[in-house]
Ligand binder design. Sequence first.
Ligand SMILES: [Mn+2]
Length: 288
Amino acid sequence: MNAQFLAPDDPKWSDPETARFAVVPCPYEKTTSYMKGTENGPAKIIEASDQVEFFDSELGTQPAERGIYTLPACDYSKGTVSDWLNSTEQVFSDLFARKKFPLMLGGEHTISFPPIKAATKHHDISILHFDAHSDMRDTYHGDKYSHASVMRRVHEVVKHTYSVGIRAQCKEEREYLNANKSFGVLYDHERAKEGLSVERALKFLPTKKIYVTIDLDYYSPEVMPSVGTPVPGGGQWYETLHFLRGIFERREVIGADIVELRPDHDKRSDFLAAQLAYKLIAYATLGR
Ligand SMILES: [Mn+2]
């Protein structure tokens, strides 16, 4: 298996010194509650990236020429939750300090917290969050670092967030959201009726810089079946890309992650995740 995302064939496209983009595999899985297997997500996305074209047919450019290198996968085999979160945060803090654009591949959603926390130490950011679930329980099964609590932890370090595609939440999460006006939500029934509006999203993303976290269960299970907790409804490929491009054109996206792929026999999910990863890289080159 190739260890590099996209495996650029020209070595100067994957030189860690000059590359603009750093892909970080984070195969973290400690609290998944339904179907397990997200720890295999990063390797499968990298494997599928072999089939992604360097040329972007929408932009008419080869974003890979800006340089993409892949770090060794973070190691979660030994240690404690706080060791894993701290060591992961350090990896991203170093990348932000070196002015790289990090793209994290998960892993369960908990592992979005370390890169976001690292980002807040280098940039004033708002978070654009795609997910079927709010992930805003204060704790889940007594665990503060459960996948179901990750956005609650994010709210301890970031003031403004906008969540898209939400269609599964508990009463506590709704009350918490209603009481906090700086956390915007586009519920999935609203997306289905009114579509994704860049203008509406930007009202909740007031900072110049944005970090994007994408839990793949945001997507419709028809296009993204291989997730731990699929929920009916959800976004489609192009409507989401058009929306993302609008955000990238209006704000500076400084980093992103794609989490919760649970690979199975259905390779279309792995490929969607790999193509999405490269689209994020492509959009990040717009105007820069
Ligand atoms: Mn999630």
